[in-house]
Design a protein around this ligand. Structure first.
Ligand code: S3P
Length: 439
């Protein structure tokens, strides 16, 4: 039996109003589960994202003998087993749709005494894993991949790891984190240098768990052989999920929305910087700290946007936000030019190609380039677009409905549950006329 497909149908027009708190940060939630499982003692997490990606990570640790209560309403209690307390799983560990889960787990599993296998869904099975299997191999790990460095990953246990100095060829927090997590198990120092700043949640959380990590310019270092001490973690709301509401409000005049308790880690705020450069009215209010991460409330009011050339230094800081930012560009006056964003082609889908296809269907003039796109702002008409199973593409085209001339149907939206299970409820509450249709 084939599973029913979930589509969204969005009626045109509307504004966003009110205050809301979006789902917990996906990156921080993955790391909270991983470090909580590997710590000594009990870690209580609040605000956890109960999305499918994070649930895959949690299921993997349960399969390796970690006891956990929850998650329920974002609360999860993990009984850490210590860095050397995991047990061999009975079968392959399914990472679902999640590149973060697979790449970070590859680092952790490289340091175990037992063999393991990591698998994923159709999208994840096409994504490049050599970016972790090669440097982990330099550390002494043995990882067999399928053809072309794709999943599944077969990871040999009982390997002796040694620290390396590694200069990453791409700006990737997943690669950096994978090597740092393997470094916990390695002899000596692991040092990772990044070509541009990427999200630093792993470093922050390791320090929060009492592990010494130093950051010096673009290089992060730690030494193996330490231990993690359990602590409680309050996960902020995900700026990547908040983005759909930021952009939705920014493109629809008359909107005013406050997004509460959003993580504003400096390595994640490219979307705010880019929207402001486009002329959006976004203010950061009530700055505070939660669980070692800066948080704030974000207020956004609708208005006119102008096309810009997106500064390349903002690209890694907004890497997950481009599907929504392309909708902002489609609603802006003039041309928006993105360069230096080749990484978008290896996300849950090829986000440059898939967004270009959908925008073209909605009568927006776009030109793809190898590492970016040129978008000419215009009038979005209605029509049918395909998300190609990519959660962020589905949500981006949903908010496009606020400025469309006719209904938009978005095909294949079930993967929204990987990162933002209550997106539709919150979007309706804020003012979007979106319906879910099982086909
Ligand atoms: C993530 C890093 C980014 C991002 C992904 C989450 C993380 O990937 O796109 O959604 O949690 O470390 P890359 O490191 O591959 O850029």
């Amino acid at each position: 039996m084939t599973e029913a497909r979930l589509d969204y149908r969005v009626a045109p027009g509307g504004v966003f109003h009110g205050r809301l708190r979006v789902a917990g940060d996906k990156s921080i939630s993955h790391r909270a589960v991983m470090l909580g499982a590997l710590a000594e003692g009990v870690t209580r997490v609040t605000g956890l994202l109960e999305g499918e990606d994070v649930l895959c990570t949690l299921a993997a640790f349960r399969a390796m003998g970690v006891t956990a209560e929850g998650p329920e309403h974002g609360r999860l209690t993990l009984h850490g087993v210590g860095l050397h307390g995991l047990r061999a799983p009975r079968g392959p560990l399914d990472m679902g749709n999640s590149g973060t889960a697979m790449r970070l787990m590859a680092g952790i599993l490289s340091g175990q005494q037992f063999d393991s296998v990591l698998t994923g869904d159709a999208s994840l099975s096409k994504r490049p894993m050599k970016r972790v299997s090669e440097p982990l191999g330099l550390m002494g790990a043995r990882i067999d991949t399928a053809e072309g460095g794709r999943p599944p990953l077969k990871i040999a246990g009982g390997r002796k790891l040694r620290g390396i100095r590694y200069e990453m060829p791409m700006a990737s927090a997943q690669v950096k984190s994978s090597l740092l997590l393997a470094g916990l198990y390695a002899d000596g120092e692991t040092a990772v240098t990044e070509p541009a700043p990427t999200r630093d949640h792993t470093e922050r959380m390791l320090r929060g768990f009492g592990y010494a990590v130093t950051t010096d310019d673009a290089t992060v270092r730690l030494r193996g052989g330490g231990r993690l001490t359990a602590r409680d973690i309050d996960v902020p709301a995900d700026i990547s999920s908040a983005t759909f509401f930021l952009v939705g409000a920014a493109i629809s005049s008359g909107s005013e929305l406050v997004l509460e308790h959003v993580g504003i880690n400096p390595t994640r705020i490219g979307v705010i910087n880019i929207l402001k450069l486009m002329g959006a009215d976004v203010t950061v209010e009530n700055r505070r700290e939660a669980g070692g991460e800066p948080v704030a409330d974000l207020r956004v009011r609708g208005g006119r946007l102008t096309g810009i050339r997106i500064p390349e230094d903002q690209v890694p800081l907004a890497i997950d936000e481009f599907p929504a930012l392309f909708i902002a560009a489609a609603c802006a006056e003039g041309e928006t030019v993105l360069t230096g964003a080749h990484e978008l082609r290896v996300k849950e889908s090829d986000r440059i190609a898939v967004m270009a296809e959908g925008l073209t269907r909605l009568a927006i003039a776009v030109r793809e380039t190898p590492d970016g796109i040129v978008i000419q702002g215009g009038m979005l008409r209605g029509g049918e677009v395909d998300s190609h199973g990519d959660h962020r593409i589905a949500m981006a085209f949903a908010i496009a409905g606020l400025r469309a001339g006719a209904p938009i149907t978005i095909r294949d939206c079930k993967n929204v549950a990987t990162s933002f299970p209550d997106f539709v409820d919150l979007a309706k509450h804020a003012g979007l006329a979106v319906e879910e249709i099982l086909v």
